[in-house]
Ligand binder design. Structure first.
Ligand SMILES: Cc1cc2nc3c(=O)[nH]c(=O)nc-3n(C[C@H](O)[C@H](O)[C@H](O)COP(=O)(O)OP(=O)(O)OC[C@H]3O[C@@H](n4cnc5c(N)ncnc54)[C@H](O)[C@@H]3O)c2cc1C
Length: 384
């Protein structure tokens, strides 16, 4: 055995780091504040493997380039840690980007952005502008243009099940749930909120997402948004491909097979926004406890029915999928200058024995997990 590693956070980032470090021969202890793993953002999103198509409002092109690079590696990096992926993980290989009449990006600029993104992954010709008759059959007049692009959507709960099954077979990983970590010390000691020492480790990986800043003492320039989505049933046949409404009114419709779908509409599904990250995960817990999910679903259902021709969702949703989103920025996405449109402040930040990992997106987590395992190997066990 090479040495010991503590991983804080049982979402995609923490669980994949635990597996990658264990494969490299380290003894891992994975701490999670909730009673079970995979209850945070990783289980509660629409599963888009971002390649940068969504980030047309970062005029520098840096977000697009970063996500094209890391999103393009998602499946290979994930397979390298997890082994062959279950086929049911993939929901769709193409996505429709639909442009609303009030979009902040003109149609030609949108097309140019989508084509240059596809060009970055070597498939510029794979962007298909939806012809007018097809556009009118799919959407109301509020949608002026749409494009079909090559972007994968996964089912995050299937990914979670595969990761948890794999963790269950690992003998080098101890999982400690209900462990609310309060402090990480440079000597490798991990403390919980009750002042109890949870152990001392050679290396510590902070993968706590909404709890990241609370544990590393940072967070300046970052914000948290709480965002809801819903699993619902469609009464009418909806679009067969996932649809993203982009660059203005934001929303998602993801068909999940059978009559089930994921839906979200912004700002109805914006649960809250804060630049004070000191409460960690407690901020989102409090937000979720006071949020009117039924009202958010009603508005989402109505708005999507106005945009997608003939779409009729059940009056009640089946399940809520809501979670916190960590990003750089101090204003929301309606501010065109918001740094939320620029998702480049991500990655691994190491100081002494502790590395903090902000994946920014689900999409980049497998890549950062292998980077973290390499960082740990390069450092070797501590001499203290
Ligand atoms: C509504 C929504 C839609 C999204 N859509 C997409 C998308 O389509 N594509 C995409 O790539 N990304 C998307 N994202 C972002 C993506 O979900 C996150 O980037 C990713 O899941 C982060 O993974 P994580 O493991 O860091 O966080 P999490 O899955 O949240 O895991 C962090 C874990 O740390 C635990 N924790 C926190 N503080 C402590 C503490 N003090 N002690 C112990 N444990 C602690 C939490 O309980 C949690 O389980 C979306 C997010 C949301 C909320």
């Amino acid at each position: 055995m090479t040495g010991t590693v503590a991983v804080i956070g049982g979402g995609i980032q923490g669980t994949l780091c635990a597996l990658a470090c264990s494969a490299a021969g380290w003894r891992v202890t994975l701490f999670e504040r909730k009673p079970e793993l995979w209850q945070g953002a990783s289980a509660n999103n629409e599963g888009k493997i971002h390649l940068g198509f969504t980030y047309g409002l970062d005029k520098s092109g840096e977000t697009q380039a970063r996500l094209a690079e890391l999103g393009g590696r998602f499946e290979d990096a994930l397979t390298a840690i997890l082994g062959p992926l279950p086929a049911e993980i993939v929901v769709a290989r193409r996505v429709i980007y639909a442009r609303h009449a009030s979009s902040a990006l003109e149609a030609e600029a949108t097309q140019a952005h989508l084509e240059s993104t596809a060009g970055m992954i070597g498939v510029a010709a794979a962007v298909r502008r939806v012809p007018l008759p097809e556009l009118r059959a799919l959407f109301s007049d509020q949608i002026t243009d749409a494009w079909e692009v090559p972007e994968t959507t996964i089912e995050p709960t299937v990914l979670g099940e595969a990761i948890l099954a794999r963790l269950g077979r690992e003998t080098n990983i101890d999982i400690v749930t209900n462990a609310d970590v309060a402090e990480l010390c440079q000597d490798g000691t991990v403390w919980d909120v009750g002042g109890r020492q949870l152990g001392q480790f050679d290396r510590v990986l902070n993968c706590a997402w909404d709890g990241l800043a609370q544990l590393c003492g940072g967070g300046a320039g970052f914000c948290l948004r709480g965002k809801a989505g819903f699993i619902a049933r469609v009464r009418s046949p909806g679009p067969t491909l996932p649809v993203t409404f982009c660059f203005g009114p934001f929303g998602d419709f993801v068909p999940l097979g059978g009559d089930r779908c994921y839906v979200s509409w912004y700002p109805a599904c914006l649960m809250g926004f804060t630049t004070d990250l000191s409460a960690g995960s407690r901020w989102f817990d409090r937000l979720a406890a006071g949020f009117d999910f039924a009202a958010a679903y009603r508005l989402t259902r109505r708005r999507l029915a106005e945009l997608i021709r003939g779409l009729e969702l059940d009056e009640q949703y089946e399940r809520v999928r809501a979670g916190p989103i960590l990003a750089a920025g101090s204003t929301d996405i309606y501010d065109l200058e918001s740094r939320l449109h620029r998702r480049t402040a991500i990655g691994l930040d190491a100081h002494g024995r502790i590395a903090t990992i902000n994946p920014g997106k689900l999409t980049t987590a497998p890549w950062w997990a292998s980077k973290a395992a390499r960082w740990i190997q390069d450092q070797g066990p501590s001499s203290a």
